[in-house]
Design a protein around this ligand. Structure first.
Ligand code: GTP
Ligand code: MG
Length: 373
């Protein structure tokens, strides 16, 4: 029996060597599914050995941003410029060997920025502490890719993340898989499927041990998207692409790079000369979608001077986590005024999604003492 790594390498090799066409489409789909299952197994084993648990960075602030790039692209230099931290920098690779946090203010929000060791090809397999770095990347709210114009190979970098289950600037596929014990597998869709038929979908599902239940497609998904949903441990992280050392570029080189990387909408900066950092900070703040929510104690006016900073899509429970801890424990319901309320003063529960500038009153269970605010 060959080792897990050998099996993974063999399947990867077979995928590479199989020409993609109508006749091989399903075969490749099944190989990809097999590969995803083997990689899941690798993750499970790494966890069992205590690997892949990361560096144990404590998240703080309103959002966490990870600096990701090849070695020597200027990640530490940028962290130091943005946050007045002192992460060691150097003209050689692998200067940074652990995760260094810094804090950046944006409006009323604080953004935690994590400087990390440079990534190299093979990181997902554990090269150069890659597995640890990638596990920290998985927990970030946003990835800031830092690129050296001399090595603008973005595909290799994002592929490395793909291999670790990180999906960059994608949203979760709208496919619902329900497993059951018997009755066979039904595949249905609410839209016309152009990438894979229901027979192919069922075969892919079987690779994951799904023989009974249902798969419903709510979008025209690809094989890779179905595999992502079946594998189940994917994270979907937004990203910004930043080209550093831009002061070394001639105008012509800059124009060419901007054209090559058009799809990535890159931001050109010079961390060393502090050029382009304002635009970067601004894009960063907007990409994190902060919202401000005002708390109104019962029977009193709202505190409009001190908003609670949350992120778009956050529910009432996220607000409770930012308030004195007893409020979370004794929560009964909340009343909401503002854009997320169907009418002023609507009574809602923990799962209600808040909107920017909402005003919220937290009501506590009868008999529970309200903490002094
Ligand atoms: N010309 C130029 N050099 C820069 C710029 N930013 C950083 N550097 C240089 O690039 C080299 C690497 O910088 P670091 O900040 O250590 O890079 P890193 O990405 O943290 O590197 P690792 O920790 O090894 O992954 C240093 O010599 C920096 O002075 C820049 O904007 N322009
Ligand atoms: Mg560094």
């Amino acid at each position: 029996m060959s080792s897990l790594e050998e099996q993974i390498a063999a399947v990867e090799e077979e995928i590479r060597n199989t020409a993609y066409n109508k006749a091989t489409q399903l075969h490749i789909g099944r190989l990809k599914a097999k590969l995803a299952v083997l990689r899941l197994e690798r993750e499970t084993r790494a966890k069992g050995r205590g690997g892949g648990t990361g560096y144990g960075v404590r998240k703080s602030g309103h959002a966490t941003v990870g600096l990701v790039g090849y070695p020597s692209t200027g990640k530490s230099t940028l962290l130091n410029r943005l946050t007045q931290t002192e992460s060691e920098t150097g003209a050689y690779d692998f200067t940074t060997v652990s995760i260094i946090p810094g804090m950046l203010r944006w409006g009323g929000a604080s953004i935690q920025i994590l400087d990390m060791p440079g990534l190299i090809p093979g990181a997902a397999k554990g090269r150069g502490r890659g597995r640890e770095v990638l596990s920290v990347v998985r927990s970030c709210d946003l990835i800031l890719f830092l690129i050296d114009p001399e090595h603008p190979n973005l595909r290799a970098l994002t592929n490395e993340l793909e291999g670790a289950g990180v999906r960059v600037n994608q949203r979760p596929p709208r496919i619902v898989v329900q497993r059951s014990d018997r009755g066979g597998l039904t595949v249905s869709s609410t839209v016309r499927l152009t990438h894979l038929g229901s027979g192919a979908a069922a075969q892919i599902a079987r690779e994951f041990g799904v023989h009974n239940g249902s798969i419903v497609f709510r979008e025209d998904a690809t094989v890779d998207q179905l595999i992502d949903v079946l594998a189940g441990n994917r994270v979907y992280v937004p990203a910004l692409f930043v080209l550093n050392k831009a002061e070394l570029l001639t105008p012509a080189e800059r124009t060419r790079l901007a054209a090559d990387l058009r799809g990535f909408d890159p931001i050109f900066i010079s961390a060393k000369n502090q050029v382009g950092l304002e635009e970067l900070i601004d894009r960063l703040g907007h990409a994190l979608h902060f919202i401000r929510v005002f708390v109104k104690p019962p029977g009193r006016p709202p505190d409009l001077d001190e908003p609670v900073i949350l992120r778009k899509g956050d529910p009432v429970s996220a607000l409770l986590r930012r308030l004195p801890s007893d409020l979370d424990r004794t929560f009964r319901s909340a009343q909401v005024w503002g854009r997320s309320a169907r009418f002023p003063g609507q009574t809602v529960g923990r799962d209600h999604v808040l909107a920017d500038e909402d005003i919220v009153t937290v009501l506590i269970a009868r008999g529970a003492a309200r903490p002094a605010s």
